[in-house]
Design a binder for this molecule. Structure first.
Ligand SMILES: *[C@@H]1O[C@H](CO)[C@@H](O)[C@H](O)[C@H]1NC(C)=O
Ligand SMILES: *[C@@H]1O[C@H](CO)[C@@H](O)[C@H](O)[C@H]1NC(C)=O
Length: 257
């Protein structure tokens, strides 16, 4: 029994000791000294992204649209009259791109155009080679847009006119120095004089072209014209100068085309 009491006393002592330890940690029982303020905390991290916003309001109307595209060239037409070109497309309405233009009327077939171009090209090439060959042989002379030729025949003025007309030409009529020189080449080649397509008019010494227009180029020799209208035709010498002459002589026929 004594032994038992001793154990109880020890346990009680231990319990007391424990209790006293707990009590010493109670703040109210501590003496309080005011501490320094704590340091500010660091900034928080970024928040999560917000929700998607509402759709924006409708935009303003666009500016004046560009004109519509020109209509396409029509499909190749059947052989027939040439079609008109398609109208240009209408302008676009404001705020929108222009409407595409109306399709063009059926026009000249592209392939026809192409074929014609090739034919014209070939013709031009053939004609210039023929002209080249004839010029090489001195059969024709070219000046500006005119070509001159002679058969070598010697005829009076009226017969020369008719001979040129018969082959679709006119009696050679120089209207500038280049043309005069082109005609002169035949005179030198045949060593003959030639009548020109110039004649005196109603007024003596007033020479004009056969269509009635007054001459705008002359190459008279010294003191020519000299006959005051008694020699109503004009001949060219082998030096290129002109002389008024009666019309019934036989002269080299030179035509122009
Ligand atoms: C008249 O003939 C000349 C010489 O051939 C020519 O230069 C002129 O252009 C012609 N005039 C008219 C109006 O046909
Ligand atoms: C004369 O007029 C023709 C066109 O009718 C022209 O070809 C020629 O060069 C003119 N000559 C002169 C000298 O002005």
């Amino acid at each position: 029994m004594r032994y038992c009491l001793q154990i109880i006393a020890v346990i009680t002592a231990l319990l007391l000791a424990l209790l006293s330890r707990v009590g010493s940690e109670t703040p109210a029982m501590c003496s309080v000294v005011q501490g320094l303020p704590g340091l500010n905390g660091r900034d928080g991290r970024d928040g999560a992204s917000g929700a998607k916003g509402d759709p924006g309001s409708q935009g303003l109307p666009g500016s004046l649209g560009t004109p519509g595209l020109r209509g396409n060239t029509g499909p190749p037409g059947k052989v027939g009259p040439k079609g008109n070109q398609g109208d240009k497309g209408e302008n676009g309405i404001p705020g929108m791109p222009g409407l595409k233009g109306e399709k063009g009327n059926s026009g000249v077939s592209g392939s026809l155009d192409h074929d014609l171009n090739i034919q014209i090209f070939d013709l031009t090439r053939h004609i210039s080679s023929i002209v080249g060959a004839l010029r090489l042989e001195g059969k024709i002379q070219a000046a500006g847009g005119k070509m001159f030729a002679s058969s070598g025949a010697e005829l009076d003025f009226e017969a020369s006119l008719a001979a040129c007309k018969a082959v679709g030409g006119r009696l050679a009529t120089p209207t500038n120095e280049a043309e005069n020189n082109a005609i002169l080449a035949f005179l030198k080649q045949y060593n003959r004089y030639a009548y020109l397509g110039i004649k005196v008019g109603d007024i003596a010494d007033q020479f004009h072209y056969l269509n009635g227009t007054s001459v705008n180029y002359t190459n008279w020799g010294n003191n020519e014209p000299s006959s005051k209208g008694k020699e109503p035709c004009v001949e060219m010498y082998t030096d290129g100068h002109w002389n008024d002459k009666v019309c019934n002589q036989y002269r080299l026929t030179v035509c122009e085309f």
